[in-house]
Design a protein around this ligand. Structure first.
Ligand code: 5GP
Ligand code: ZN
Length: 112
């Protein structure tokens, strides 16, 4: 999508600090980290949110979770939180599927 921030980051049109990249997804540091480690994992194809995952693209979502596990293991992260906000009330601000991966501090539950 031409006017999508994360499509532009995936295409390299907007710079990011990359954590991991392959043909299917990109992981990069969040610009406003909420924990000592806070990166986002996005598909390179435009999917608006988790609510846009279906039988035709669920392989992309499964791959992203494989990547999260792999990158976390490589970084030695033993405890971390994976979050995806869907819609305004949940706090989604960028309408391109992304998973926050947060680690390095104590966290509370339930989230705010
Ligand atoms: P959401 O609010 O949709 O769950 O998460 C969007 C995330 O994208 C936020 O944590 C925000 O800090 C991050 N973000 C917004 N714009 C940029 C940007 O230009 N670069 C990077 N690296 N992160 C961004
Ligand atoms: Zn997009």
């Amino acid at each position: 999508m031409s006017d999508c921030l994360f499509c532009k980051i995936a295409a390299g049109e907007i710079p990011s600090v990359k954590v991991y990249e392959d043909d299917i997804c990109l992981a990069f540091n969040d610009i406003a980290p909420q924990a000592p480690t806070h990166f986002l994992v996005i598909p390179k194809t435009h999917i608006p949110s988790v609510s846009g995952i279906d039988a035709g693209n669920s392989g992309v979502a499964a791959h992203i979770f494989e990547v999260i596990a792999k990158v976390a293991a490589e970084k030695g992260m033993e405890s971390y939180r994976v979050v995806s906000n869907i819609g305004d009330q949940a706090g989604q601000t960028v309408p391109h599927l992304h998973f926050h991966v947060l680690s390095g501090r104590d966290m509370t539950w339930p989230p705010g």
